[in-house]
Design a protein around this ligand. Structure first.
Ligand code: FE2
Length: 226
């Protein structure tokens, strides 16, 4: 059995503040294309322009590891990176978007094998207890690969009575922020939505052993064993 939990609203909130902005128009255009850039397209275009992953990453302000994730189908560029990515590759956004859909096999799994997907268009965050075909805004979403916290995404956990106060040492601007925190054990999940210009912190009941996940809209999913 596959279970899903989901929430959205980050980009909706931002666009609502500027309904006539280029960004609102761009997002609407992308949503109606019914497709999204693929890792194989990014890799093909990068190699055809004789750029290394590091060189492309530097042009658009992400890490080479992030580009590697995109090219291996373990994440997708945030929608705000599509125009810079297209420019860096010397093509239009339409050409960048013209690629293949990603399809996941539908297999069952237990809660500790949880998968997280994030829609790069609307910010919708989806949790599944196993592999599944997940689609949002016309985009088929690959399961995200979590990496261990790095220096730019450090986390502190402090005990406060019967809860734990979780602080992520990370910016919370409109362009670069942590969008959710989730704690997964063998039999339950707690998921907390965070918002740009808010605080990158929350209280969680950390019962038992598990994994704490948190998602940065630019750098992807991170995890810490608790
Ligand atoms: Fe980040």
């Amino acid at each position: 059995m596959i279970l899903f939990s989901t929430f959205s609203g980050v980009y909706d909130a931002q666009v609502a503040e500027t309904p006539h902005s280029w960004y609102a128009h761009f997002r609407k255009e992308v949503a109606t294309m019914n497709t999204y850039v693929t890792g194989s397209n990014i890799k093909f275009l990068r190699e055809s322009r004789k750029l290394t992953q590091s060189e492309l990453a530097e042009k658009i302000g992400v890490s080479s590891k992030t580009v590697s994730k995109w090219e291996t189908g373990k994440g997708l560029p945030d929608i705000t990176l599509l125009q810079p990515l297209a420019s860096a590759l010397g093509i239009s956004v339409i050409e960048l978007m013209n690629g293949e859909h990603i399809t996941n096999r539908n297999v069952s799994a237990n809660l500790l094998r949880s998968k997280f997907c994030v829609c790069p268009i609307c910010g919708n965050a989806i949790h599944a207890t196993g592999s599944a075909v997940v689609s949002c805004c016309g985009v088929t979403l690959p399961p995200l690969e979590a990496e261990n916290a790095d220096d730019d995404h450090g986390i502190t956990i402090e005990s406060v009575e019967d809860e734990h106060f979780v602080t992520i040492h990370h910016p919370m601007t409109k362009e670069h922020f942590i969008s959710f925190v989730a704690f997964v054990t063998c039999d339950r999940i707690q998921m907390v939505k965070l918002y740009p210009e808010g605080n990158a912190e929350t209280r969680l009941q950390l019962r038992g052993r598990g994994f704490l996940y948190y998602y940065c809209n630019r750098h992807g999913l991170f995890k810490k064993k608790v």
